[in-house]
Design a protein around this ligand. Structure first.
Ligand SMILES: [Zn+2]
Length: 262
């Protein structure tokens, strides 16, 4: 029985060679065709235009499927990378090893707890030595805890009282008798002496109605009288300054600042 070599696209009516070729095409599209099988398939399509058309269509289909698979894979990889970046970002912000946690929250909490445990903090505190003193509108005595002094707050001691100001990273200030001082900053590095006398230990700038005293190092005694400021340097050195000039005083040196001279 003679067999038509080119029976059309109906594979059931195709000769055995074409049926094998069509089966190989199916395997090719599915991606499961070896090198030798592919070669014999190509060989057949060279002599069989019907299968050649099928082959070309299937090659195009296979290429389209492969392209779609690749695009899908790339899309999934992009999504995976994106969710991984998000996960890392969330971990960096809030995770147990987070930079934000290590650099902001934990140190902040520690500073807060330390400031609660040690109210001195970066500023200074005052407490009564004898009698009672006033800090702003409050009256306090030896029964009270040391108080944090705020910038602009007045500390007043009556005639029979004295108080001590402890400062961070510098010496103390003692205020006694009928005296009034004001904190110009919260470290009490700068003071206003309005009345009475203070004993200063450590670098301090004191402003008075008769002039300014800058204790550079060591300690000094300042007494504000009705018409003069008396300064006595006990150790180290201090600089006194008013509208009439300035002087540097060494240990043991004294000065009298008035409204008419130095
Ligand atoms: Zn064929």
């Amino acid at each position: 029985m003679a067999i038509d070599e080119h029976p059309g696209t109906d594979s059931s009516a195709a000769p055995a060679e074409c049926r094998r070729a069509r089966a190989a095409l199916g395997a090719f599209v599915a991606g499961g065709l070896g090198e030798a099988q592919l070669r014999s398939l190509r060989q057949h399509t060279l002599g069989c235009p019907e299968c050649a058309i099928e082959f070309r269509q299937d090659v195009e289909l296979a290429a389209r499927i492969a392209r779609e698979r690749r695009l899908e894979r790339e899309r999934r990889e992009r999504e995976l990378r994106r969710s991984e970046r998000l996960r890392q970002a969330r971990g960096a912000l809030f995770g147990p090893r987070s930079m934000l946690l290590r650099t902001v929250f934990v140190p902040g909490l520690l500073i807060f707890m330390l400031s609660r445990a040690f109210p001195l903090g970066g500023g200074a505190r005052v407490y009564a030595l004898e009698g009672s003193y006033s800090l702003g509108v409050r009256t306090l005595d030896a029964e009270d805890r040391p108080q944090v002094v705020r910038r602009g707050e007045w500390i007043v001691t009556p005639a029979d009282a004295s108080a001590k100001l402890e400062r961070k990273d510098r010496g103390a200030v003692r205020i006694a008798g009928s005296s009034m001082i004001c904190a110009e900053d919260r470290e009490l590095e700068r003071l206003l002496l309005h009345a009475g006398s203070i004993e200063i230990d450590g670098p301090t700038l004191v402003t008075t109605p008769f002039g300014t005293v800058e204790v550079l190092e060591g300690s000094a005694l300042l007494a504000l009288e009705r018409d003069a400021l008396l300064v006595e340097v006990r150790s180290g050195r201090a600089r006194v300054l008013n509208a009439f000039g300035q002087r540097l005083l060494a240990a043991g040196g004294t000065a009298s600042l008035t409204s008419t001279g130095l």
